[in-house]
Design a binder for this molecule. Structure first.
Ligand code: DAH
Length: 357
């Protein structure tokens, strides 16, 4: 019995799997197991012998059984430990952001401009990119012979042979939306019109397609002073500075009288633009009081209503604000550029939440 006990306790100790343990259980305690066979021998013994051998064998059987159970539990624990080690993961690690794509600077700046003017009571209007020459030119007091037509490097569409109507154009500016909105809604009106415009021009600061935002405010008592205030508020909010100096430079546009180009005071010290300080001036937009002929063309009585308009290059102010050197890169769809200059998709620009964060 001592030999059996030593043998099985040793084997159980060395077992390294549950199936190995089961084999040992069968070898010791199964129907034909070594210990079971010994138990059978009891019947052949004398009552005296049986009195000592019986309890001893039972004790051995119990001992082997408990050793098997204990070892089985130990193997289970070890397996669980092993699995836990393999599946370990640090749930306190911050989540890894998956790229959702980014917001293009043009979209971002359009949203920023919209947020600023929405705060001043302007709503957003849109018009078609393929425009009749009447909306793009005539209604804006740019008649057929006017040099502004040639200056704008207009893209014209083709008419069928024998069709003598004037061709449509890819709109050269967002100003035709002034006419369309006034026709549709009349005065008073306060709108901005962001969108794509087209001119046949291509270099570091010009692309054949670019973006403008038009502003229009028409009512019974609107003056240049209102224009100036609106633009100052806009520039301060857009460039996220407390103070700006604007310079209204007399200019000429057929659709405004008087007309002004607006410059902002800035510095280029160290190669980066700072708005509101320095001795340089940077032209950022065209503006003026809407010409009476334009109001007339849009069906608005200029003896009752007047107002201001302005046009800003979205791409241009995006380049200035975000230090983007080449306009052409805006439209290259280069992922590295988009990742660098793009904005997080879930950050919507608002005046209270911060325009650009
Ligand atoms: N339409 C002009 C352009 O594209 C910009 C402009 C100037 C718009 C003066 C206006 C304005 O509304 O008043 O060059």
């Amino acid at each position: 019995m001592d030999v059996l006990k030593a043998k099985y306790l040793d084997l159980i100790g060395k077992a390294d799997s549950e199936s190995g343990l089961e084999d040992l259980r069968i070898a010791a305690l199964g129907k034909k197991g070594e210990i079971s066979l010994q138990m059978r021998e009891l019947g052949k013994m004398s009552p005296e012998e049986r009195q000592t051998a019986g309890p001893a064998l039972n004790a051995l059987k119990d001992e082997i059984n408990s050793a098997l159970v204990a070892k089985k539990a130990a193997l289970g624990d070890a397996a669980l430990d092993e699995r836990l080690r393999g599946e370990w993961l640090d749930v306190t690690l911050p989540a890894r952001g998956r790229p959702l794509g980014s917001i293009h600077p043009i979209s971002q700046v359009t949203e920023e401009v919209t947020a600023i003017f929405a705060d001043m009571g302007f709503s957003v209007a849109e018009g078609p990119q393929i425009e009749s020459d009447w909306y793009n030119f005539d209604a804006l007091n740019i008649p057929g012979h006017h040099p502004a037509r040639a200056e704008m490097d207009t893209f014209y569409t083709h008419r069928a042979e024998g069709d003598n109507r004037p061709p449509h154009v890819l709109r050269t500016h967002t100003s035709p939306v002034q006419i369309r909105s006034l026709e549709a809604n009349g005065a008073p009106i306060r709108i901005i019109c962001p969108g794509r415009v087209y001119r046949a021009d291509y270099d570091q600061t010009h692309t054949p397609m670019f973006h403008q935002v038009e502003g229009l405010a028409i009512d019974k008592d609107i003056s240049m002073a209102n224009l100036k205030w609106c633009l100052e508020e806009f520039v301060k909010a857009f460039f996220e500075v407390d103070q700006v100096d604007l310079r209204f430079r007399a200019s000429h546009f057929p659709f405004t009288e008087p007309s002004a180009e607006v410059d902002i005071r800035c510095s280029w010290e160290g190669g980066t633009l700072k708005v509101g300080e320095g001795d340089d001036w940077l032209e950022i937009l065209g503006s003026g009081m809407v010409h009476p002929k334009v109001l007339q063309a849009a069906g608005v009585d200029p003896s009752v209503y007047q107002g201001f308009a302005f046009g800003v290059g979205i791409d241009r102010i995006a380049m200035l604000k975000y230090g983007i050197p080449d306009l052409r890169a805006f439209f290259d769809s280069d992922l590295r550029w988009l990742r660098h200059y793009g904005f997080r998709s879930l950050d919507v620009p608002t005046l209270h939440g911060g325009l650009s964060k």
